[in-house]
Design a protein. Sequence first.
Length: 202
Amino acid sequence: MSCAFVGGLGNPFDVALIRDGIAARSASPLPTEAGLFLNYAGGAPVMVGLGVIVSIILWLRGQVRRAIAVVAIVFVGRVLVEGIKIAVHRARPALDPHPVITHSLSFPSAHAANSMIVFPLLALLFAPAARRTPWVVAGIAASLIIGASRSLIGVHWPSDVVAGWSFGAAWLLATWPLAQWLAPIKPQHDVVGGHHPAVGEI
């Protein structure tokens, strides 16, 4: 979390990247349009909503402990991000008018943190064991795109985004073993005789 002490208006790297985003948005409407879409896709309603939907699915499948674990990972992670925002109390970039309205503080980026928790978590929960790694990588890539868009539209310093990614990854790495301990994923073998391979039981 060293980004909390070296980032922001006093960091030339942060300022330069924000200005690059301003220039890109001035040259074409596409960066703004993409940023607005990703602002919605990585926002709290979608990320928390996905957590709720996944928990309900698991609950209906009778996997109560795993449903509770997902709720805890997503919601507690979200609360911790908001707590860090209050503790660091960094203002948002104000080098140009934002294309979206912001109300919260800047550090860390909740979009980056929440997406780094939720997307890889979905891959860990639902991807078949044989294809879990590429799906986790895809989830991380989606989070990287969402996080990068925050500086592109000028609502977060790049160091906010890096801190968000770092927190999200650390939180998931710390809590996933607990979820596994509560309700481990049981690998299944392919079925002989023309049936489709069984998906990992979760």
